[in-house]
Structure formats: structure tokens, C-alpha cells
Design a protein around this ligand. Structure first.
Ligand SMILES: Cc1cc2nc3c(=O)[nH]c(=O)nc-3n(C[C@H](O)[C@H](O)[C@H](O)COP(=O)(O)OP(=O)(O)OC[C@H]3O[C@@H](n4cnc5c(N)ncnc54)[C@H](O)[C@@H]3O)c2cc1C
Length: 580
């Protein structure tokens, strides 16, 4: 059941899970399959139920930022982006960021998982070991318009019985035929890929999304569905922020995590709960990292600076922050059909809303993009003579494209024009070399930490971004776009020299909100330091685990939510085995 009153929780639990987000609800669901175990989830945010903006797929643009259900973080000024800071939103509600994200569903590549397996020395993280979890977690669902999806995905790599619905686009746009015709004309550079989630990710394919018919499928909708949340051994306490992990320390053994404290806000009453088995942190790359530091696990400099009693020096906590730098390239489109009219014209908006409400059809059933390209630069590019190749393997992407049949933009400085029709091509460097950090700003759990994704601080990322821009230009110059695309929009017009393009890159790069790696797994038999071991147990202490995007040693070439779901599914099995 979902609880809002902390005095109503039980007196004893086996497991306490911090954060009812993407990973947290998966772990809660799977552990509560054992009727002998009692599970408590403590989530800082609100219930997702009844919030329209986090349910209607098209309203993803209204799901964040600066909502009552978001963590409204900002980054520090980004030195390589002309000193710009950017909003760095996370979901603060059941489902976590899966309740506010763009629902783009990508598993990464077989290289990606095989790399984690090799790095951690645990074959259980390999692609072949993880594919059964990807299948277990999903039900591949027909799109809202129930069109024939043969030729748009490979059914043999998908699941049919899992909690999470994954689907294909359910509203055709004018872009689809143009994107896929381009793969025929320019198949050498931009080959068609039947299913980018098959392990072989390279090419241009249909974009799968975590959507169930007409509504968003978040981890809350999927893993806390009525048949699960009604289990008598599962309690989910909301609107309470975990402020500290408690430890018992003795000279004889490593510190043992014994419980947590939580409170509704600064000055509110503080509560303690002590599970008999484990504390499991699922607070996400920012939440779990801040909590570890506040609890006395982290680099000595930081714990000392904020006078936090030391439980364990762990130098990697908050380091290795990796995120994907993206740019929204806008083109002028020669059409009256683009989704810009929904934003520009109240009558069109009303008609689209009605179509969705009465028929469950139309543009509101989809996320922003229907197709995705995951691509590599040739090894002959001069950048690879200067820098090591950052991709996770020879069959994995350096960069990505997504197309939207409207102006999509997130920069306060580049507002959508009041009129006109546009196509957006988002370019993303999916194998960046830059590394940032998360550090404490104070010892109060209610102060936001200092977040520095360090975008483009490696020159390598600037060079890949430049190459991706040129590749995008090449894609949009192919014959299927003739007469439809009239040229770049004002914000990217007249970019001729590399210097001009790089200036544009620095002023337009933004986050895709994929912070990863701040509590990374240790690697190379412990030679590469990490915060957790390959079972995601926090090193140097006992009974404390981290299960969320912060533990990945590398960033996925693609979008992380699918990888977080699969990570959580496997770790739930590891926890079950550990306590069997
Ligand atoms: C705007 C946006 C768009 C995105 N688009 C996509 C996309 O299209 N596709 C994709 O794959 N990925 C996307 N992502 C990224 C993806 O959603 C995340 O990588 C993933 O959901 C992270 O899962 P997690 O379990 O690590 O953390 P989260 O899902 O963020 O869960 C963390 C949970 O812990 C709670 N919490 C944190 N600290 C505490 C505390 N101290 N006490 C109690 N509770 C706490 C939070 O409130 C939250 O509910 C997007 C993210 C955002 C923000």
C-alpha cells in the first residue's frame, strides 16, 4: 500500500529501499514476491497517480522542469559552454525519472554489456546474460493506432509477459517515410536496422518507447500496478526524504548499515527505520550520491570540509559523472502538417486533445520522435589519431540522431518562433570522454549538491559533436528531404567554417538528463577503483547496496532507462540469492 503517514509504517522490515524511482520500484516488486519478506520503500516525492502531464505521452514537454514533482537542480556554469548553467531536472515522484522522461527505450549494444562484464569480471552482466532480463521485464505492446508493425522490430528479442509495456510509434508523421527512404538511398552511411534493441544497435530504426497504448508506462505504473501494491508485505511511504544511512561501527568488523533516518523537510520530525537485512539505495545518480556523502562515505576532502563524521573514505563517490551532450538542430519545413501547429494554434490543440480523449488517437499518443539513428564515425577520422576511441566497442555508436516533426528546444535563449513549421534533428554524442562530478554544497540533506557534468571539457567531445553536425547536414541533404526541408532555421543559419560550427555547438549544447556513473562499479579485479562491487554492494561496509544509474561504469550508447530496469531486475535476483 501507499502511505503518507510515517507513524503508520510497520515496526519491522527486511529491506528498506531509498527512492521509489525507476530502479527502486523494480527491486521492491521483485523482493516482495517473497511473502516472508517485508519491504519498505521511502520516496521523497509525491504519488504519480492522477497527474495528467506525466501520463499523456505528448505532454512529456510539460512533465518537467520546475514542477511540484521534480527536483529542480541546476548545474554549475559549464566552462566549455560559455559559462552557461542548465536546469538538471530529475523526477521527484513515484516512478522517479521514468515518470517524467521522454520514454525513449534503448537497451544499448551487446558491446556495452559485454564491456561491463569484462570490466567487472562478472559474466552475469554480459549481453547474453542480460537479454533474458530485458525480455522478462517487458511486454511488447501494439501501438495506439494498431497498425501492422511487421518490419518495424524483431519480435524474437522481445518479451510478452513483463510488467513494463514497450511499444512502437502509434501516430504516423511526415518524417517517417523520409527518414527510412534516406536509409535506402544512403545505405552506406545510414543503413536501416530492423531493431536497434537486438544487441546490434548500429543503423537507423524505429524508436521503441515505454508507452502502453495511449499512456506513459513508468516504473510506478508498471511495477506498482494494483496487483503488486496490494501485496500485504509491500509498503511505499511517500513525501519523506531519507536524510542519512545509519551504521554500526566497531573495531573488529567493517561498518554495518543498520537503517535510515527520514523527514518530510527541514525542521520536520525525523523518523528512523532499521531493516533486518539490507538498506538499498535507489535514489538515482544525484540522490544516492548525495546520501552516501551525507552518511559519511566519500572522499576525505569533502567529508572533512563539511565536518561529516567519517564512516569510510571512498574516493570515487561523486566522481566519474558522465552525461550525453545534445544539440537540437532546427530546419524550416515546407508543410502545414507539423506538430508546431499544436503549439501555435489553439483550435488545432483543442482538436488534438479531443481526438486523444475520445478516440485514443493522434499525436498525443507518442513521444517526440519515431525513429533513431545510432552511428559510428569511420576509424579513419583524424580525431582517432589524437584520442583513443571512446565507444564501448566496434559495433557501438559514437553518436545518435532523433527526429521530431516540430521545433523541439530546451534553451531559454532560443525560444520556438511564434509561427512556422520545423523539423528538429537532435544530435547526441553517446560516447563522450568528458567526466564531471557531484559534490556536497553543505551538510544539510535539503540543500542541493553541486552538479558539474563538465560538458565538452574534453576536446574530443567537441570534435565528435562537430562531426555529428556535419553528418546531420549530410543526412538532411538527401533526396527524400528535397522540397520538404527549406534549409536550417535562424539559429543555425550561415554556419560555414568549423570555427562557426564549434561556436554554435558551445552555445547550443544541452543535457539529455542522463547522469551516470557517480557510484561506479569497481573494475579490473579491483584495480580500477569503484564505490560498489559487481553485486552492487557498497565496498568496505556491509548490508548496503546501490541499484540505480549511478553504478554503471560506462554510459550507455543510447538512453539509460531500459538499462536501469534490466540492472534492477538482475540485482533483485542477486539479492534473493544472497538471502535465500
Ligand atoms: C527530462 C528527462 C528526460 C529523459 N528522457 C529519457 C528517455 O527518453 N529515455 C531514457 O532511457 N532515459 C531518459 N531519461 C533518463 C532516465 O529517465 C534515467 O536515467 C532513469 O530513469 C534513472 O533511473 P534511476 O532509478 O537511477 O533514478 P530515478 O528514476 O530518478 O529515481 C530516483 C528516485 O529516488 C528518489 N529519491 C532521491 N533521493 C531520495 C532521498 N534522499 N530520499 C527519498 N527518495 C529519494 C527520487 O525522488 C526518485 O523518485 C530522462 C531523464 C529526464 C530527467
Amino acid at each position: 500500500k501507499i502511505l503518507t503517514d510515517p507513524t503508520k509504517i510497520a515496526s519491522q522490515y527486511d529491506f528498506v529501499i531509498v527512492g521509489g524511482g525507476t530502479a527502486g520500484n523494480v527491486v521492491a516488486n521483485r523482493l516482495s514476491e517473497n511473502p516472508n519478506w517485508r519491504i519498505l520503500v521511502v520516496e521523497a516525492g509525491v504519488n504519480n497517480a492522477g497527474i495528467e502531464d506525466v501520463s499523456v505521452p505528448f505532454l512529456e514537454i510539460d512533465a518537467s522542469p520546475n514542477k511540484p514533482w521534480t527536483w529542480n537542480y541546476t548545474t554549475v556554469p559549464q566552462t566549455a559552454l560559455n559559462g552557461r548553467s542548465m536546469q538538471y531536472t530529475r523526477g521527484k515522484l513515484l516512478g522517479g525519472s521514468s515518470s517524467i522522461n521522454y520514454m525513449m527505450y534503448t537497451r544499448g549494444s551487446s558491446d556495452y554489456w559485454d564491456n561491463i562484464a569484462q570490466y567487472s569480471g562478472d559474466e552475469g552482466w554480459s549481453w547474453n546474460s542480460m537479454l533474458p532480463y530485458f525480455k522478462k521485464l517487458e511486454t511488447f505492446t501494439p501501438p495506439a493506432d494498431h497498425h501492422n508493425t511487421a518490419g518495424e522490430f524483431n519480435p524474437s528479442v522481445h518479451g510478452s509477459n513483463g510488467p513494463l509495456s514497450v511499444s512502437l510509434p502509434g501516430f504516423p508523421t511526415e518524417l517517417n517515410s523520409r527518414v527510412f527512404n534516406t536509409t535506402k538511398i544512403a545505405s552506406q552511411s545510414f543503413p536501416f536496422n530492423l531493431d536497434v534493441n537486438s544487441g546490434n544497435q548500429l543503423g537507423v530504426g524505429w524508436l521503441q518507447a515505454s508507452i502502453n497504448d495511449t499512456v506513459r508506462a513508468s516504473s510506478a505504473v508498471a511495477y506498482l500496478a494494483p496487483q503488486f501494491i496490494s501485496r500485504p508485505n509491500l509498503d511505499v511511504l511517500i513525501q519523506q526524504q531519507v536524510t542519512k544511512v545509519l551504521f554500526s561501527t566497531s573495531a573488529k568488523s567493517a561498518p554495518i548499515a543498520t537503517g535510515i533516518t527520514f523527514a518530510a523537510g527541514p525542521g520536520a520530525r525525523s523518523f528512523t527505520v532499521k531493516p533486518s537485512k539490507e538498506v538499498i539505495l535507489c535514489g538515482g545518480s544525484i540522490g544516492s550520491t548525495q546520501l552516501l556523502l551525507l552518511s559519511g562515505i566519500g572522499p576525505s576532502s569533502q567529508l572533512n570540509a563539511h565536518r561529516i563524521p567519517v564512516v569510510l573514505f571512498s574516493p570515487q563517490v561523486g566522481q566519474n559523472l558522465i552525461d550525453h551532450p545534445a544539440i537540437m538542430n532546427h530546419f524550416i519545413a515546407n508543410t502545414t502538417q507539423s506538430a508546431d501547429s499544436i503549439r501555435e494554434n489553439a483550435t488545432v490543440l483543442q482538436a488534438v486533445e479531443e481526438e486523444y480523449a475520445t478516440l485514443g488517437q493522434g499525436p498525443f499518443v507518442d513521444t517526440a520522435s519515431s525513429s533513431i539513428a545510432l552511428l559510428r564515425f569511420p576509424s579513419s577520422e583524424s580525431v582517432f589519431r589524437q584520442f583513443p576511441d571512446s565507444s564501448v566497442g566496434p559495433n557501438s555508436a559514437h553518436y545518435e540522431f532523433l527526429w521530431a516533426d516540430a521545433w523541439v528546444g530546451f534553451l531559454p535563449t532560443v525560444a520556438a518562433p511564434a509561427t512556422g513549421a520545423f523539423t528538429t534533428l537532435a544530435q547526441v554524442v553517446v560516447a563522450p570522454a568528458s567526466r564531471g562530478s557531484i559534490t556536497l554544497s553543505s551538510s544539510s540533506p535539503f540543500d542541493f549538491p553541486i552538479i558539474d557534468p563538465a560538458f565538452l571539457t574534453s576536446e574530443y567531445d567537441v570534435k565528435l559533436s562537430l562531426l555529428a553536425f556535419k553528418s546531420a547536414k549530410q543526412f538532411m541533404a538527401q533526396s527524400p528531404w528535397k522540397g520538404f526541408i527549406l534549409g536550417p532555421a535562424q539559429d543555425s543559419a550561415n554556419l560555414n567554417t568549423d570555427d562557426e560550427i564549434i561556436a554554435y555547438i558551445r552555445s547550443n549544447t544541452l543535457t539529455l538528463w542522463h547522469p551516470t556513473g557517480t557510484n561506479r562499479m569497481e573494475g579490473n579485479g579491483g584495480k580500477s577503483q569503484g564505490v560498489v562491487d559487481h553485486n552492487l554492494l557498497v565496498k568496505g561496509v556491509s548490508k548496503l547496496r546501490i541499484v540505480d544509474a549511478s553504478v554503471f561504469p560506462f554510459i550507455v550508447p543510447g538512453h539509460p532507462e531500459a538499462t536501469v530496469y534490466a540492472l534492477a531486475e538482475r540485482t533483485a535476483d542477486l539479492i534473493k540469492a544472497a538471502w535465500a
